[in-house]
Ligand binder design. Structure first.
Ligand code: PLP
Length: 374
């Protein structure tokens, strides 16, 4: 049974009529609102948007126009941010292991703030970006975060000062300490522990005459993915705000690298049913986007999405599948859904981060079309 569509659904239907599907709608209002929400909740912490979450030029332009800074991981991301109108001084190159060529390119474009987490990397930076400011990334607990980021990165906190001193000897400027508590971190204790470890390094560094100007608290700030879930951000932010005031005096500049939090809630993916089948007494609906496309977060981001439809009435256990010829491309099993027809819309909200960013063109299926909306 077709239900009376709500305002959001009528707007999505209109967009699909105009642009076709699959469609990836990015809301400027929501982007600005998330950025402001971050600023308000953490007034001492300057956000550098982590471009890898979603590098859409419209996203970058909207944030750059609002005065944002950026965390980049490659030459392509640097060039996208500069093209969006941000100044090089607003960029941190926060991929700790970089090709020598990328370091040289960053230096050539005026970027002088980089992170590292290995002695070998310092040698590379000293050679290709002499005199640059460097931030050491330490390994911190990622307990309970949905995406682990400490398996691959970070030095033992006990080694941080030695490396900063080495940086100084190589002619670089030791600038600070950074960490990442893991993405979608819903355990504020991770931030507390990491900030505590960082403050010890900052204090020791001062004693050893290596004053540090920056503490970079990374990303990880969580969002709500499903309706009815409690929004986990405020609890995290209030703990962080309290701890940074307790641990760092005003000589320390605090920055962060939020990705998911800024862009996640700003985007909606709209798909349509392109095929139907009954298999083992269950309805299967084949959609025009899937795991190889904008729903790639199901694999890479371990994401859980809420699939919404524009029908109501009697529901049955159903399967949603993507359009490619691979069995991995099953989107959701055991969804309670009303019976749908070809052409029906299925949409997912809060899907702005780590979605289209990791989509592939597998099977020649086109990417969802990204459009900026008010
Ligand atoms: C991925 C990443 C981020 C962004 O993390 P979110 O959890 O999306 O906020 C920030 N900094 C670094 C170094 C990253 O690799």
């Amino acid at each position: 049974m077709a239900k009376a569509m709500n305002k959001t659904e009528r707007r999505l239907r209109e967009l699909v009529r105009r642009h076709g599907s699959p469609l990836f709608a990015i809301s400027r209002t929501s982007l600005r609102a998330q950025y402001e929400r971050f600023r308000k909740a953490l007034p001492r912490v300057e956000p550098y948007y982590a471009v890898k979450a979603n590098a859409n030029p419209g996203v970058l332009k909207t944030l750059a126009a609002g005065g944002a800074s950026f965390d980049v991981a490659s030459i392509a991301e640097i060039d996208a941010v500069l093209a969006a109108g941000a100044a090089p001084a607003k960029i941190i190159f926060a991929n700790t292991i970089k090709p020598a060529k990328a370091i040289a390119a960053a230096a050539g474009r005026g970027i002088d703030l980089l992170t590292f987490d290995s002695e070998y990397e310092l040698d590379k930076i000293a050679e290709r970006a002499p005199g640059a400011r460097v931030i050491v990334r330490i390994k911190v607990p990622n307990v309970g975060s949905i995406v682990e980021l400490s398996l691959k990165f970070g030095v033992d906190p006990a080694d941080a000062i030695g490396l900063l001193i080495k940086a100084h000897k190589l002619g670089l400027r030791p600038a600070g300490v950074s960490f990442h508590v893991g993405s979608q971190c819903t355990r504020p204790e991770n931030y507390i522990d990491a900030l505590e470890m960082t403050s010890i390094i900052v204090r020791d560094a001062r004693l050893k005459q290596v004053p540090l100007e920056i503490v970079d608290i990374g990303g990880g700030f969580p969002i709500r993915h499903l309706d009815g879930e409690e929004d986990p951000f405020d609890a995290c932010a209030s703990v962080i705000a309290r701890e940074v005031d307790r641990l760092f005096d005003s000589s320390v500049r605090l920055i962060a690298e939020p990705g998911r939090f800024i862009v996640g809630p700003a985007c909606t993916l709209v798909m349509r049913v392109i095929g139907k089948a009954i298999r083992e007494n269950k309805h299967w609906y084949y959609l025009d986007d899937g795991v190889y496309g904008a729903l790639s977060g199901l694999v890479f981001d371990h994401a859980k999405y809420q699939f919404k439809v524009t029908r109501n009435g009697h529901t049955q256990l159903s399967t949603l599948a993507g359009p490619t010829c691979d069995s991995l491309d099953i989107i959701a099993r055991g969804e309670e859904l009303p019976e749908m027809e070809l052409g029906d819309m299925v949409y997912v909200q809060n899907i702005g981060a780590y979605s289209l960013a990791s989509a592939t063109a597998f099977n020649g299926i086109p990417f969802a079309k990204a459009v900026m909306v008010p």
